[in-house]
Write a protein that binds this ligand. Structure first.
Ligand code: UDP
Ligand code: MG
Length: 354
């Protein structure tokens, strides 16, 4: 593989969260290196190990050794979740364009050049729409509902917030790094700072190996993160609903009173079960409302404590990186000569949430 020619083109950082993806890394890394080498600009591939237990971290360290300067490993000390892992990668990225990507090869690395090109055209956030999405029917349906809700709530007309193959201009990344809230959904956060967003259609594959890292519970949590991170509208809807319910209650009271006057007290007794039914509906809605309030309050509590989003155990290969001034050129080839440099990190909060 030829070393990329350094042109005036912008430098590119590719950030990939990795959680138990050992079965995919063997194919992912060479494909990413090839795709990046073809960009013709300086690049770095930042693999963030999100506390994997299947040897992914070791594979990342080996890849750093094999491709010094081109691959960087950020090893978190445990599992913090996909978006926290991406944040850890963003914090370490130095490119003027940052591309995010999943490690399971659902997003083909060959599409990197297309999102990069869009940023070079002057857009600052490039979203993607998965053509012929290869996921389960349940996932597709829930995505469709969520995407419609996000469009409505944020007013940003993107069609697919779930696809993580995306590109961001450095300015947007820097703005995102200033945000310290925990429950973030990066594509939505980026749109908040986007002045020229766009989206393109990309191909999508079934997961190459392993299972989705999102079980039902994690998925529910993600949807709440998404909802609470973008809007407080549900709380307003709750107040409106409460008002409407109170008015309805008064209306029912009057109705029952009138009926009782007209048809006698027998009628009222027969209406008991109807009243119960109505009551249960209201109680149910109240519980949903309280739960929703709890979701917001829980997140406020989380953020007030201001704990770091993640803790970096080790960064591998940063010193050998080509994108830092005075280093060699990024190469997809193994030189074998450069020793992997590992840097111990102290997990100071300011560092981790930087
Ligand atoms: N991931 C992660 N931490 C997690 C869960 C997932 O870093 O706690 C990574 C995972 O390795 C993959 C990406 O996030 O690169 C997307 O995960 P997955 O493919 O399981 O999600 P899905 O495609 O099912 O939405
Ligand atoms: Mg996936």
């Amino acid at each position: 593989m030829k070393a990329p020619i350094m042109t005036a083109a912008k430098s590119v950082s590719v950030v990939i969260p990795v959680f138990n993806e050992a079965a995919n890394l063997g194919e992912l890394i060479p494909r990413c290196l090839r795709a990046c080498a073809e960009l013709g600009s300086a690049f770095e591939i930042i693999l963030v190990d999100d506390g994997s237990s299947d040897g992914s971290a070791k594979m990342i360290s080996e890849a750093v050794e094999r491709h010094p300067g081109a691959v960087i490993g950020v090893l978190l000390n445990r599992n913090y979740g996909q978006h926290a892992a991406v944040f850890a990668g963003l914090a370490e990225s130095t490119g003027s364009i940052v591309v995010t990507l999943d490690a399971d090869l659902q997003n083909p690395p060959e599409e990197i050049s297309r999102v990069v090109k869009k940023i070079e055209e002057g857009f600052d956030v490039v979203g993607t729409v998965r053509a012929d999405r290869r996921d389960s029917g349940f996932r597709k349906l829930s995505s469709r509902l969520v995407n419609a809700a996000v469009r409505r709530a944020t007013g940003v007309m993107m069609h697919d917030y779930g696809c993580m193959l995306r590109a961001y201009d450095r300015r947007v990344v820097d703005a995102m790094m200033q945000c310290h809230e925990h429950s973030t959904f990066i594509p939505i956060l980026a749109n908040y700072f986007a002045s020229r967003p766009t989206e393109i259609t990309v191909s999508h594959n079934a997961r190459a190996a392993g299972d989705s890292k999102y079980g039902l519970w994690k998925l529910i949590n993600l949807q709440f993160d998404l909802l609470t991170s973008m809007t407080t509208m549900p709380l307003r809807i709750l107040s409106v609903m409460g008002g409407a319910m109170a008015a309805l209650g008064v209306g029912f009271g009057v109705f029952i009173f009138v009926m009782r006057e007209l048809y006698g007290s027998e009628w009222a007794a027969q209406g008991v079960f109807t009243l119960f039914a109505i009551l249960f509906v209201f109680i149910g809605i109240q519980f949903v409302g309280m739960g929703l309030l709890g979701e917001y309050i829980g997140r406020i509590y989380h953020d007030v404590r201001a704990r770091p989003r993640y803790c970096v155990e080790r960064i591998v290969g940063r010193e050998a990186n080509s994108m830092l001034p005075g280093r060699g050129t990024a190469s997809g080839e193994s030189s074998g000569a450069t020793v992997t440099v590992t840097k111990e990190r102290i997990s100071a909060p300011s560092e981790a949430i930087r």
